[in-house]
Design a protein around this ligand. Structure first.
Ligand SMILES: C[S@@+](CC[C@H](N)C(=O)[O-])C[C@H]1O[C@@H](n2cnc3c(N)ncnc32)[C@H](O)[C@@H]1O
Length: 271
């Protein structure tokens, strides 16, 4: 077997001085984005390795952990255990305890009777919302991924909430929103929590407006509007004249070093 090595001629070789000139830039980028690299490592690389070595999904691993470390029927214990898992075992993009407190406060202060969540994932935020709801409230949580939805339902039931309180809906949000009135008999949404793919925020907000289910005072809380970010959504909210809005500054769930925030919108109706 023959191997052929092709060497660039000397005039095409990059001078070491130029390479060295890039070192400070590279070091600056690494320092500046160290938390993003850490996030990539924890959220993607560790997950891929564990998916291969355990043969089960991250969501299933999280559920196994909850089963062995939390108290069934105790939402606080489920949430604390989930927080411990996501901070110390494997990264998971639940809303987390810090931004979760803003969600808790909005739910307690407004006592919404009809609530919609877009993006259930494993049910962390659904448990957080359900534990603060007033008696008789109805809560619909939408997840398009069937495997996530199966885990979420088990987590929600493990926390002690039956389907009279939390109704999981397995479907993409863009299909569910136009059906909310006819299929689920909803007249008005008092509170909407948006935490699905950020590129869907604007489309789904406009679908909600079109559905006529937002009334004066309806609240929409949208997570991750700074990281990964939802710039078109924010621009629309600010320019539409349909909302009063407020940004809650925060950091990314389970990550001190990455800036994030939530947008709280109050529907005021006419332009
Ligand atoms: C960040 S996770 C949700 C985390 C969850 N809210 C929590 O704090 O525990 C986003 C979830 O939204 C789901 N999702 C994304 N786009 C969706 C859509 N258009 N309709 C329904 N679910 C969607 C994804 O499958 C994923 O499970």
């Amino acid at each position: 077997m023959y191997c052929i090595f092709i060497f660039p001629n000397r005039s095409e070789m990059v001078s070491p001085a130029i390479v060295l000139a890039f070192v400070p830039l590279l070091v600056t980028l690494i320092i500046r984005y160290r938390y993003h690299f850490l996030l990539l490592y924890r959220a993607v690389l560790v997950r891929m390795v564990l998916d291969c070595t355990t043969g089960i999904s991250r969501e299933e691993r999280a559920f196994q952990y909850l089963l062995t470390h939390s108290l069934p029927g105790d939402p606080d214990s489920i949430l604390d255990t989930f927080d411990h898992w996501s901070s110390h075992v494997e990264y998971m993009s639940n809303i987390g305890p810090k931004k979760g407190k803003v969600l808790d406060r909005l739910i307690t202060d407004n006592a919404p009777l009809t609530v919609l969540e877009l993006g259930t994932h494993c049910g962390y935020s659904a448990v957080r919302i359900a534990r603060g709801l007033p008696l008789g409230a109805r809560f619909y949580s939408v997840e398009m991924d069937e495997c996530n939805a199966t885990i979420a339902e088990k987590v929600i039931r493990l926390a002690g909430f039956d389907d009279d309180t939390v109704e999981p809906i397995v479907s993409p949000s863009e299909e569910v929103i136009p059906q909310l009135r006819e299929r689920f008999g909803i007249e008005r949404l008092d509170f909407v929590f948006m935490d699905h793919w950020k590129r869907c925020y604007l489309r789904d907000l406009q679908l909600l407006e079109g559905s006529g289910l937002l009334g004066k005072g309806s609240i929409i809380l949208a997570d991750n509007i700074i990281f990964p970010g939802a710039p078109h959504f924010l621009r629309y909210v600010k320019s539409s004249g349909l909302y009063q809005h407020r940004i809650h500054q925060a950091t990314l769930e389970y990550f001190r070093g990455i800036r994030d925030g939530m947008a709280e919108l109050t529907f005021i109706g006419t332009k």
